[in-house]
Design a protein around this ligand. Structure first.
Ligand code: PMV
Length: 299
């Protein structure tokens, strides 16, 4: 048996979401598949990274793993989990959260331990905390639930049901970035310039709210404009890089309705809102040496 969890893109609202503002996010069809089998020692194998982790090791992943194994009832056999990761790590597409949710599901499946959605979200949050320090919870929620969600910290999530699909192109800049660091940098800016940064968060909230309507209607032009605005707001929080700017420009010049960084920023991924034909944008981004892929939200 294999468990699955989705990667995600944040359409609008990253960073502000850490501070209680809403974010609009959507699941990717790619993510992480995991399965667990009885073994002499507890371990996690990730063939894509050519790596094995054990719960006692000294790394964020090993600590997250210890929490996941620790949540199982005892006595139990040793368990080896194999995770097939289809997402770039450290790229803003929710790789660590998808890994966590898939591993948690696989461990519970293998030990026939019931796992309610609520419990999975709780354990997923604990997992994410090992990586991000103060995660909003949007990543593991989308990883577990899929679809498109309006997420606000501490509030019930709202499922968004688009009437028409929207096409996006997501590209990894090749610069791996630490969400923990970019989240800490925004927190410092909030401390130093509270009224300006709060005003930026409020502007982002307006983008998110308009984004929900545009996504429901499949209005790619409006989504593109909102992406441009959200990107400027994120850039004003010093989250963009030269490389992200270049990729966003290149997508716009190839006909995208708009483009923005997505996720933690400081590198990682960008997304572009495209029309029926994504190929010119995909080709332009390939020409920049990025490895873009197409995402359809709301099908
Ligand atoms: O870089 P990612 O995929 O972990 O996305 C981070 C999104 C943030 O809003 C920056 C942080 C969070 O916890 O929501």
């Amino acid at each position: 048996m294999s468990a699955f969890a989705h990667g995600k893109v944040i359409l609008f609202g990253e960073h502000a979401v850490v501070h209680g503002y809403p974010a609009l996010a959507a699941a990717l069809s790619r993510g992480v598949h995991a399965s667990a089998t009885a073994a002499a020692r507890d371990a996690l194998h990730v063939p894509a990274w050519n790596a094995t982790y054990e719960p006692g090791d000294e790394s964020a992943l090993a600590r997250a793993l210890a929490g996941a194994f620790g949540a199982l009832p005892s006595p139990r056999p040793g368990l080896a989990v194999r995770a097939d990761v289809e997402l770039p790590a450290g790229a803003g597409v929710g790789c660590s959260a998808a890994l966590g949710v898939a591993v948690l599901r696989a461990l519970h499946e293998a030990t026939a331990t019931p796992l309610s959605e609520e419990r999975l979200l709780e354990l997923g949050y604990d997992w994410e905390r090992q990586f991000h320090g103060n995660p909003s919870g949007v990543d593991h929620t989308v990883a577990a639930i899929g679809g498109a969600l309006l997420f606000r910290r501490g509030a019930p999530m709202e499922r968004i049901r688009p009437r028409h699909p929207t096409r996006l192109v997501v590209a990894y800049s090749g610069e791996s970035a630490s969400t923990r660091e970019t989240v800490a940098s925004v927190a410092r800016q909030l401390e130093r310039r509270p009224s300006e940064v709060r005003a930026t968060f409020e502007a982002i909230e307006t983008v998110v709210k308009n984004g929900v309507h545009a996504l429901v209607e499949g209005d790619a032009r409006a989504l593109g404009q909102l992406a441009e605005m959200n990107h400027m707001m994120l850039a004003s929080l010093m989250l963009s890089t030269e490389r992200l700017e270049r990729l966003c420009d290149s997508a716009r010049r190839a006909g995208a309705y708009g483009a923005k960084l997505t996720g933690g920023g400081g590198g990682g991924c960008m997304l572009a809102v495209v029309g029926e034909d994504a190929e010119p944008v995909l080709a332009a981004l390939r020409g920049e040496g990025a490895d873009p892929f197409e995402v359809e939200v709301g099908r």
